[in-house]
Structure formats: C-alpha cells, structure tokens
Design a protein around this ligand. Structure first.
Ligand SMILES: Cc1cc2nc3c(=O)[nH]c(=O)nc-3n(C[C@H](O)[C@H](O)[C@H](O)COP(=O)(O)OP(=O)(O)OC[C@H]3O[C@@H](n4cnc5c(N)ncnc54)[C@H](O)[C@@H]3O)c2cc1C
Length: 382
C-alpha cells in the first residue's frame, strides 16, 4: 500500500499548515480565556476555500477526498482544538451530511453558503436522555400536510450559537429522520452556552424546539433513514477526531521538547535526563503509529466500503495517544505544567474531550468488539 501524498495533497498540507500556524495558533489562548468561538478564523478559512475542502468544486469546495480532509483537521488540531472542532462540525458533520444525503435542491441551497462561510453548520443529535443510545430520541416531528412540526430538546450542539443551519434529528412515524432547519425558523431557540473544562472556544448550546414548523422539503432523506445517516456521520467524525488527535499530540510533544531544552536542573537541561527522554520517545513512537492509522483509515474511507470498525479503532487509539502525550508533557513541565502561564495546561484540558465527543472510548470499544464478533457470526447490541 502506498500512502504517500500526491503533489496536490502535499500542496494542501503545506497551505493548511501555514494557515493554522499564522491564523489559528496565535488566537488559541485568547479563545480559551475569553470562551470565544473562532469567528475570525472561520471567515479566513472560508476565504481560502478551506471550509469546503471536501466538497465538490461545483458547490464551492476544493474537491478533496477524506485523506486530504484529514490533513486539514490535523493542521488545525495542531494549532487549536477548539477551532478544529468548530470546523469539523461545520464541514464534516453538517456540510458532508448535506452532500451525501441531500437532494440536488438542498445541496444547491446550502453547500455554496456553507463553503463560503455565509452560514455555519451544526449537527444536533444528542438529547438529555439519548447520548450513545441515539436511536432512543424523544424529539418528535409530526407530519401535518406539507409540513412537519418539531418538538423536543437537543443538548451539547457544537456551533449552536453561531450556526445558521442545523441538521436536527427527530422521530417521525417512519423512524429517526434528520431535518435541515435554518436558524430563523419559528419555534427554534438556541439556549445558553455550556461552561466546559476545555475546548472553551467551541460553542456548545442546547436547542429547544417548540412547535417548530418546517416544510417537507426540509427533510433529509426518507423517513427512517436517520440512524444510517447519523452512523455515516459518526464514522467520518471518528476518523476526524483521530486526525485532530494526531495534530494535538504533535503540538504537545513539541511544547514538551521546547521546555525540556530550556529547563535546567542539577546543572543540565532536563532533556538530557533519560526519564524525560523516555517520555519524549514513547510519545514520538505513538504519534508515528497514529499517523499510519489515520492515513490507512482515510484511505479505506476513500475506497467507499464499510469502515465503521476502522474509524472506531482510530478514534479510540487517537484520543488515547493525544491525552497520554498531553499528560506526559504536563509532567515534563513539572509545576509549570499546572500553571496558566504555559499553554500545556490548555492542551491537557482540551485533549480530554477527544475521548468523549463523537462517542466515548468505552462505546468505541463496544463498536470494535461488536464488529469483530459479527465477523464470527455473533450478534451483539453495542
Ligand atoms: C466537546 C463535545 C462536543 C459535542 N458535540 C456534539 C454535537 O455537535 N452534536 C451532538 O449531537 N452531540 C454532541 N456532543 C455530545 C456527544 O456526542 C455525547 O456526549 C456522546 O455521544 C456521549 O453521550 P452521553 O454524553 O449522553 O453519554 P452516555 O451515552 O450517557 O454514556 C455515559 C458513559 O456510558 C458509556 N456507554 C454508554 N453506552 C455504552 C455501551 N453500549 N457500551 C459501553 N459503554 C457505554 C459511555 O461510553 C460513557 O462513558 C458533544 C460532546 C462533547 C463533549
């Protein structure tokens, strides 16, 4: 297998890295401290054509495949995880769901606006009573003539307060079904922002739907197709989190190396101590393994087959690596690692979310085991 990047992919990788270093990384600390979404970076990313990176050129995108798109998420993940999650939600969850499952009319209406950053996308699946078990939604969409009327509550919707378009999952008579609902819709209210441990630049809000009436044309796919659509988005999302984890792990390792080369104890730089070198070396080895995993799963996704188990493995391993490396690098910093004066404490807080968002690690293990046992003819409900 040859995972070497094409010339075009190398060009995009360099453009993404330059953009992330220049426009995203310098803002990361302020977004965290002020709990402010990365609006300026979103606009700049749109101007460069990055928000539509995996969308076809016909809809204002750059036409990248999943491997190319993971390069964007890795670069953003290396600069600022809040910004990476904001873009992933907008592009990977909202825009790609419209692209893969929308009618031509829906694609023409929304994709160019999403690619241009005129509307920000959000994806509202989770509810207070339905997280991992999202087949058990309580939000209802009642058919009335040429409309549906939605009632219910969604929780932890990333980009909630900045979104112009929501992909909202509800139960119809035919089963779970997504709807494309614009922010201006009557009966849709965005609630107060959550306070979070990390990812403080990512806006997470509840959504309240009270008699929210939308035309039948707002429905995405047929009634009952929602679970398959949500699972496809999750596969992409899990691979995306693995790519962001890769970037974050490299960023924290870089911080650790820099610190270890500046800090002297017992007359030498701590980088000369073998215990510190072990931390750096173990982290480097895990990052190298994660890079191959992300590339191979993205390659598999681009082949068009089922990659549910692969995406779950990449998400599980990636989030573990990112958190382990961040934790080790806090240790390398000693007391400084616990202080707000050093960026490593923000990375540590942010990295904790990588396990939970897009399905916690325990659920990924359940998915991996379910798929593995299915190959042996044993059916398990994850
Ligand atoms: C930063 C962030 C961003 C998010 N963005 C969005 C978003 O944009 N849109 C959206 O809809 N949601 C979003 N979420 C919600 C996220 O998808 C859910 O938190 C996640 O799916 C888990 O659901 P839950 O929190 O209700 O946990 P639960 O499902 O209640 O799980 C609690 C614990 O039980 C474990 N568990 C549950 N079922 C199983 C099982 N079958 N086998 C083994 N273990 C199991 C879980 O792994 C977890 O550890 C976001 C969350 C975070 C933290």
């Amino acid at each position: 297998m040859d995972f070497s990047l094409t010339e075009e992919q190398q060009m995009f990788r360099d453009l993404f890295a330059e953009f992330a270093a220049k426009e995203v990384a310098p803002q990361a600390a302020a977004l965290d401290a002020e709990e402010r979404p990365p609006l300026a970076a979103l606009q700049k990313a749109a101007q460069q054509g990055f928000l539509g990176a995996p969308l076809p050129e016909a809809y204002g995108g750059a036409g990248l495949d999943m491997l190319g798109y993971t390069l964007l998420l890795e670069a953003l993940g290396r600069a600022c995880l809040s910004t990476a999650f904001t873009v992933h939600t907008h592009t990977g969850l909202a825009a790609l769901t419209v692209l893969r499952h929308g009618t031509e009319e829906q694609k023409e209406r929304y994709l160019p606006a999403l690619a241009a950053g005129e509307r920000t996308g959000a994806f509202a699946l989770t509810e207070p009573e339905a997280g991992s078990d999202f087949g058990n939604l309580r939000t209802r969409a009642r058919r009335e003539g040429d409309s549906y009327v939605l009632d219910g509550t969604k929780t932890w919707v990333a980009n909630g307060e900045i979104a112009g378009l929501f992909v909202i999952f509800a139960c119809t008579e035919g089963g779970v079904t997504p709807f494309l609902i614009e922010r201006e819709a009557n009966g849709l209210t965005v609630g107060r922002r959550e306070r979070t441990l990390g990812l403080r630049g990512l806006a997470l809000n509840p959504l309240y739907l009270e008699g929210c009436r939308v035309l039948v044309e707002s429905r995405l796919g047929a009634e009952g197709e929602g679970l398959a659509i949500a699972r496809a988005a999750q596969d992409r999302g899990r691979l995306s989190v693995a790519a962001m984890s890769l970037g974050a792990a490299q960023a924290t390792l870089d911080l650790g190396i820099t610190f270890a080369l500046q800090r002297k104890q017992f007359g030498v730089f701590i980088a000369e101590k073998q215990a510190i070198q072990n931390y750096l070396a173990d982290s480097s080895a895990e990052i190298a393994a994660l890079r191959h995993l992300v590339d191979s799963v993205a390659w598999k996704a681009d082949q068009g087959g089922d990659y549910t188990q692969d995406a779950a493995i990449a998400k599980l391993f990636g989030s573990q690596v990112a958190l382990r490396v961040a934790n080790r690098m806090v240790q390398v910093h000693g007391g400084a690692g616990y202080m707000k004066d050093y960026p490593i404490e923000r990375w540590f807080r942010d990295a904790r979310a990588l396990d939970i968002a897009e399905g916690p690690g325990l659920l990924q293990r359940a998915v991996i085991a379910r798929e593995m046992l299915a190959e042996k003819g044993i059916a398990v409900v994850a």
